[in-house]
Design a protein around this ligand. Structure first.
Ligand code: KG4
Ligand code: ZN
Length: 336
């Protein structure tokens, strides 16, 4: 079969990323331009600044991508773009850019769900094997998804309130930990002990998650200590929070693994960069005689290669090929 080259575009949050991916697996070239240092000045991603920075960067990112690549734009078979979920302004920059390339070079335009991209990131270095169980953990999503084939999704459970990444970020803010919250809380937790008693989410047998109780618990604890003028051991608080947050994932994953035999468990989304989570999930998955796939760090955080990987089965099956009326959506589930 002829090789398929896809030019992929990702601008849903604070990374402007482009990649050329061959057959949904081989990353011919990738560029990731991160705006993290700018948003760090404000303590979080500022949507208006993010879209302006995407606009300024995207053609320069294309220029450097093409310098690195032995494939020219007119040689690609399709253009794939993240259309949801994410920040509207950022998504629209990527979508308009992808439409322009699609129009000028007369290439099919493929829309990709960002969260599905995080799952397909695993196809870059591993091969997804079905049935699989995907644990999707990001700033906006905490979802347990079963896949019985390419794009054959079943939503098993989701958070009823906050996402795990959101809880990390909010807890970081209240503890005075600088942006990006998640990775910094993980770093602090490495030198801490689980010494604060924090409320565990409701111990039910569903596959849904809840993080707002834990978040509020940390916020109240910090306020109470401040009012009493007592010192908080920030490392211990980070470790205590992380223990409960990850334990919720482990508890729900073990229910799902007891219910059905899966060939593979996949961790997907920005929080999968967390080493403590990776280790705990790995131990659990092994105890069920299953394998865990997690992308390399570079492909865990937002990047365009995962969008190219997710677009490949769509291209092959003629799915999600859209016209220029494509619009962005800020909120969708992995299974939408
Ligand atoms: O998938 P992602 O890059 O963007 C979204 O689609 O949300 O995920 C970003 C989220 C943020 O909440 C960030 O704090 C969290 O992932 N995150 C982490 C770590 N690295 C990123 N959370 C905990 N530990 C980490 N090492
Ligand atoms: Zn993401």
């Amino acid at each position: 079969m002829k090789d398929v080259y896809i030019l992929a575009v990702e601008t849903s949050c604070d990374e402007t990323s482009l990649a050329i991916v061959k057959n949904g697996k081989d990353v011919v070239a990738m560029e990731v331009y991160t705006q993290m240092d700018t948003h760090a000045l404000y303590g979080g991603v500022v949507p208006e600044i993010a879209s302006r920075m995407h606009t300024e960067a995207i053609t320069l990112v294309l220029e450097s991508l093409l310098k690195k690549s032995n494939i020219k734009i007119d040689q690609v078979d399709a253009v794939a773009v993240t259309y949801a979920p994410g920040l509207m302004g950022g998504l629209l920059v990527g979508i308009e850019f992808a439409k322009t390339i699609s129009y000028i070079y007369n290439k099919p335009l493929i829309k990709v769900n960002h969260m599905v991209g995080h799952i397909y990131a695993n196809n870059i270095e591993n091969q997804l094997e079905f049935p699989l169980l995907a644990m999707v953990v990001s700033g906006g999503h905490t979802e347990l998804v079963e896949m019985n084939g390419d794009y054959d999704f079943k939503l098993l459970g989701a958070t009823l309130d906050d996402a795990i990444g959101e809880a990390y970020d909010k807890v970081a803010r209240i503890m005075g930990v600088p942006y990006p919250g998640g990775p910094n809380v993980e770093k602090l937790a490495r030198d801490g002990n689980v010494s604060y008693q924090l409320a565990k989410p409701v111990n039910d047998n569903t596959l849904n998650f809840s993080y707002s109780g834990l978040k509020s618990n940390v916020i109240n604890l910090v306020h109470n200590y401040k009012q009493r003028g007592e010192e908080i051991n920030i490392n211990d608080l980070a470790a205590s929070f992380q223990y409960v947050a990850v334990d919720e994932i482990i508890r729900k994953l073990s229910i799902a693994l007891s219910n059905k035999k899966y060939k593979m468990v996949v961790l997907a989304g920005g929080v999968s960069a967390n080493q403590y989570l990776r280790n705990e999930v790995d131990k659990l998955v092994k105890s069920y005689g299953t394998i865990l796939a997690v992308p390399r760090m570079l492909y865990c955080t937002d990047n365009a290669a995962m969008i190219g990987a997710a677009a490949y089965p769509l291209f092959i099956n003629g799915k999600n090929i859209v016209d220029f009326s494509l619009n962005a959506k800020s909120h969708i589930s992995t299974t939408d």
